[in-house]
Ligand binder design. Structure first.
Ligand code: PEP
Ligand code: MN
Length: 336
């Protein structure tokens, strides 16, 4: 069991918890994680967690009684930080990943990426292979798109993330991208999860629009089981009866995951809302809720975008997002 004390907990509050832990006959050790005190008990499963949760200044209690073992917070792994070049995803930092939904041409990719680079973004998102609902929609530039990403990296020093649809393409992706993206529709594709689990590259796993928290974490578990510990979880909205937005952002899954798992969580406000004018407010809410970063679709001419044109924000909107996010990040003791 992991007992995380609130950062305002006083010595008496911690003593209070320790008294109960001892009374319950649990062996324990104490860890000071940045500003918080964490009490670890040896027993992995304990029905008494409710008693502990009820004590003052106990922020939350994690009992290790779930079926997923590797994604779960454990004594040695309270928070995974994922290194992508000189960026660290997780921890105190808020990471911004931004770029077009699809790569359309060299000019389009470079124009957007160079603007974002000047705004401080280090990781560019851009789809080469697109998983489109309609077979008549733009399917992406494929390998030509990967080649453009390679040129972008070479010329700008930016890092790139792109969605992989087929595990046979892994060798091509591994030569180019810095993070492999598994799309929402492939979250249940076990063969693909196992393949990226054997890759040396970090994986950004998007939540299926119909997946429960448990199913989402089980998919991540498949990747970790392959030996790849560098998984970033991405909430991108789920399907509900609400038809005003494209999906419904499940904001509560952000703290719910962070309480259970050591993996970083980011939010995609673009697919969550489907509407460019909602992207900034929803992004601010995601940061306030504890997300470790955002993945945002940006386009220099959104109305002309080949895919997801309604949700792509304009270049200047992205700069506004950065400005406003900084204030929220500061307010909750985070930085970027
Ligand atoms: C995307 O990121 O462009 C995408 C297709 O997202 P999702 O898999 O969440 O629908
Ligand atoms: Mn998209």
């Amino acid at each position: 069991m992991i007992i995380v004390m609130n950062k305002d907990a006083r010595h008496e509050d911690i003593e209070n918890v320790l008294m109960l832990v001892q009374k319950l006959g649990l062996e324990f050790s104490i860890l000071n994680n940045e500003e918080k005190t964490i009490i670890l008990t040896q027993q992995s499963y304990d029905l008494n967690s409710d008693l502990i949760k009820a004590l003052p200044k106990v922020e939350y209690v994690v009992t290790l009684n779930e079926d997923y073992k590797l994604v779960y917070k454990n004594i040695n792994n309270l928070e995974t930080k994922i290194k992508v070049g000189d960026c660290l995803i997780g921890g105190k930092e808020i990471t911004f990943i931004a770029g077009p939904c699809s790569i359309e041409s060299k000019e389009q990719l470079f124009k957007i990426a160079n603007h974002l680079k000047n705004s401080g973004v280090k990781i560019i998102r851009a789809g080469a292979f697109k998983f489109r609902t309609s077979p008549y929609s733009f399917q992406g530039l494929g390998y030509k798109g990967l080649e453009l990403l390679r040129e972008l990296k070479e010329e700008t020093g930016l890092y790139v993330i792109s969605e992989i649809l087929d595990h046979h393409d892994l060798p091509y992706f591994e030569k180019v991208v810095d993070i492999l993206q598994i799309g929402a529709r492939n979250m249940h594709n076990i063969n693909l999860l196992k393949a990226v689990g054997e890759s040396h590259l970090p994986v950004l796993l998007k939540r299926s629009y119909s997946a429960t928290l448990k199913e989402f974490l089980f998919s991540a578990e498949y990747i970790l089981m392959g030996g790849n510990k560098n998984v970033i979880l991405c909430e991108r909205g789920i399907r509900t009866f609400s038809d005003y937005t494209r999906n419904t952002l499940d904001i509560s899954i952000v703290p719910a995951i962070k309480q259970r798992s050591h993996l970083p969580v980011i939010v995609d406000p673009s697919h969550a809302t489907g509407k460019r004018d909602l992207v900034i407010p929803v992004s601010l809410a995601a940061i306030a809720a504890g997300a470790d970063g955002l993945m945002v679709e940006v386009h220099h001419q959104p109305d002309l975008a080949y895919s997801d044109s309604e949700q792509a924000i304009r270049l200047e909107q992205f700069d506004e997002l950065i400005r406003r996010s900084r204030k929220i990040a500061e307010a909750i003791g985070r930085k970027f």
